[in-house]
Design a protein around this ligand. Structure first.
Ligand code: SF4
Length: 234
C-alpha cells in the first residue's frame, strides 16, 4: 500500500506531465494566456457607491426621522446649482414650498429672486435650501429637536456644494448655523467663518414683505456678498 507522500508525488508528477504537454502543443505564451488574465485586465473589485448629493436627496425624500414626516406633502430638499459659489439657507418650507416640493416659491421666493438678481446673478447660479426639509404644521416655528434631527442634511449639502459664501436668511437659519441666540438685527451685516465658507446673515424675504423699509439693509448685505464673491459689477 502507497504512503500519502508517494501518492502526492504521483499527483505532482501527473500535473507536471500535463503542463509540459500543454506547453508543447500551445507554446509557453499560449499557456500563460490561458492561466493569466489578459494584460491590462484588473481583478474585479466591488466598488462602494460614492456618496453624492443625489444619494443624499434620495435619502431625504423618504426621511421619517421626525414627526414632520407625518404632516408634510413633500420633502423640500433644496434646488439650484450644486457647484454654486453662493448658497442661500432659509428656515423651513412654507405652504407653497410644501405643495411644490421646491424652496422659496411664492411671494417670498419672487423677492429672493430679485435679491439674487440685484448682484448680477441668476437664480440658477445659486443653490437654495432650508434648515428644515419638511414644513412645520401651520408654519409654526421649528422645534429644537426638529432642527437637531434635520440639520445633518444641510451640513452634508454644504459639504457637497462647498459654497464660497452662505447667506443665512432670517433669524432661525442664522441662529441655527451660528449656534447663537443673538437676534438677527445684531447678527446681520457681517461675515462669520462657517465650514470653510463665509456666512452672512440677513433678513428673510418674508420679513421684508412685511417690513419693506429694511430692504436697504439687505441691499447693503448683498453688496458685501458680491464683493466677497469677487463679482466685478459694482
Ligand atoms: S424635517 Fe428633516 S428630519 Fe424631519 S422628516 Fe423631514 S427631512 Fe426628516
Amino acid at each position: 500500500m502507497k504512503s500519502l507522500n508517494e501518492e502526492l508525488k504521483e499527483v505532482v508528477c501527473i500535473i507536471k506531465k500535463y503542463m509540459e504537454a500543454e506547453e508543447i502543443s500551445l507554446g509557453r505564451d499560449s499557456l500563460k494566456e490561458r492561466l493569466l488574465p489578459p494584460s491590462g485586465a484588473r481583478p474585479a473589485t466591488v466598488k462602494a457607491a460614492k456618496p453624492t448629493i443625489d444619494i443624499l436627496k434620495e435619502e431625504a425624500l423618504s426621511c421619517t426621522r421626525c414627526d414632520l414626516s407625518e404632516t408634510r406633502t413633500n420633502v423640500v430638499f433644496g434646488a439650484g446649482n450644486t457647484k454654486a459659489a453662493l448658497m442661500f439657507v432659509g428656515e423651513a418650507p412654507g405652504m407653497q414650498e410644501d405643495l411644490q416640493g421646491l424652496p422659496f416659491v411664492g411671494r417670498a421666493g419672487a423677492l429672493l429672486t430679485k435679491i439674487i438678481e440685484s448682484i448680477g446673478l441668476k437664480r440658477s447660479d445659486v443653490y437654495i435650501a432650508n434648515v428644515l426639509k419638511c414644513r412645520p404644521p401651520e408654519n409654526r416655528n421649528p422645534l429644537p429637536t426638529e432642527i437637531l434631527t434635520c440639520e445633518e442634511y444641510l451640513i452634508k449639502q454644504i459639504e457637497f456644494i462647498k459654497p464660497k459664501v452662505i447667506c443665512a436668511l432670517g433669524k432661525f437659519a442664522a441662529q441655527t448655523l451660528l449656534r447663537t441666540q443673538e437676534p438677527i438685527t445684531k447678527l446681520r451685516g457681517r461675515f462669520y467663518d462657517y465650514h470653510h465658507a463665509k456666512l452672512m446673515p440677513t433678513f428673510h424675504p418674508a420679513y421684508l414683505l412685511r417690513n419693506p423699509q429694511d430692504k436697504k439693509l439687505v441691499w447693503e448685505d448683498m453688496k458685501k456678498i458680491r464683493k466677497e464673491l469677487g463679482a466685478n459689477n459694482e
